[in-house]
Design a protein around this ligand. Structure first.
Ligand code: ATP
Length: 354
């Protein structure tokens, strides 16, 4: 049963920019949905329409079976968290966090219990008697989150709330956001352009590009079965290896080769002959005794693993390998592309071939 439904939602700004081009999306109650996409793809505009801060040009927004398309923000019961969330400068941290609870008329005891729980979770208890000007940027952002998440609205709308923080704080607060959202079972929509953040938080990811939805799915589904070349490349770090070439099929099976190359790889099952783009994630390429010849062009050490760049008859490929595989530049080796994880895309439409 969906809790929030967007139907053919559109936003064209007065200068003619088509920011959102007719989105259809249904979000379940208590679901954590992440909008992921490059800068300018329409994520913030969509979120602002859901919050009531932007009026749609066309389409409908339904929340809990009510049409809220033209309701003001105050009638939508949303908790909005921005990247830059201003705190009240004349109030202490305690007063800032307690303010939304006083507004909804909780008793002093209820306020104290909720405030303690959230302050502990976000590590702001030692800061409760300080004023915002006495806090570092990271601490101000924690307090902002505490103030936004202390209440249980119908839906949390979060627009890059961790954008200004350093890596350590991002990880810590990400964990808090997810735990708090699950503990309170609040439906959440979170906007980011960081694919790792999206995958770690989302029940479902909504990948957007140029005002449209490219794919909706669980992180593992989007990662392993990207619906298009755009998604294949945008999700994953590094993105999927993509090789433009040809499929040639005979009775005995299919081969994939690059133009002007006579070395190819077997695809096993028979595919339709013709131009195609082959996709494979770096972790599905492995060294093998007799395979595709390759030579190392760069070996990046990333702590827990290495990213190895290879020159091959299929062009440049990137392989993910264990950290104990030093493989110096120029080392010749042979590689295997795991057939079960090869994807084929139509070069014209960018969609996956059947
Ligand atoms: P970012 O991650 O950079 O915030 P986004 O995916 O959230 O990007 P939006 O901010 O929704 O994208 O913007 C979508 C498009 O609409 C962009 O081309 C942007 O320049 C344009 N846009 C946003 N706000 C306005 C506005 N008030 N007037 C005109 N165009 C706008």
């Amino acid at each position: 049963m969906s809790f929030l439904t967007l139907t053919k939602l559109k936003k064209t700004y007065p200068d003619g920019t088509e920011a959102v081009k007719g989105l259809d999306l249904a979000i379940g109650e208590g679901e954590f949905v992440v909008f992921l996409g490059p800068s300018g793809c329409g994520k913030t505009t969509t979120l602002r329409m859901i919050a009531g801060l932007e009026i749609p040009t066309a389409g409908r927004i339904q929340m809990a079976n009510q049409d809220v398309t033209h309701h003001p923000p105050s009638r939508r019961d949303v908790g909005f968290v921005f990247q830059f969330y201003a705190l009240y400068p004349h109030m202490t941290v305690r007063q800032n966090i307690a303010f939304p609870l006083e507004n909804i008329g909780l008793s002093p005891d209820e306020i104290e219990t909720t405030l303690s729980r959230v302050s502990e979770g976000l590590g702001v208890t030692p800061l409760l008697d300080l004023f915002p000007r006495q806090l570092s940027g990271g601490d101000q952002q924690r307090v902002s989150l505490a103030r936004a998440m202390v209440r249980k609205p119908a839906v949390y709308l979060m627009d890059e709330p961790l954008g200004t923080l350093d890596a350590d704080h991002r990880l810590e607060l990400r964990e808090f956001i997810r735990q708090q959202q699950m503990a309170l079972s609040v439906t959440a929509i979170y906007v980011t352009h960081d694919q790792e953040e999206a995958m770690s938080l989302a029940d479902r990811m909504v990948v957007m590009n140029a005002g449209e939805i490219c794919q909706v799915g669980a992180p593992s589904e989007v990662y392993h079965h990207p619906a298009s070349l755009f998604v294949a490349n945008f999700v994953g770090s590094p993105g999927m290896n993509l090789v433009h070439g040809f499929i040639s099929s005979t009775e005995s099976g299919s081969q994939f080769r690059r133009k002007n190359s006579n070395i190819g790889i077997s695809l096993g099952a028979r595919e339709k002959s013709g131009e195609a783009i082959l996709g494979i994630r770096p972790e599905f390429i492995t060294p093998r005794e007799s395979g595709l010849p390759a030579s190392v062009t760069l070996n990046e050490y990333l702590g827990g693993h290495r990213i190895i760049h290879l020159d091959t008859p299929l062009g440049n490929l990137v392989m993910r390998s264990p950290q104990n595989q030093p493989l110096g530049v120029g080392t010749p080796l042979q590689i295997d592309l795991d057939r079960d994880h090869i994807l084929l895309f139509d070069p014209d439409s960018g969609t996956q071939l059947a």
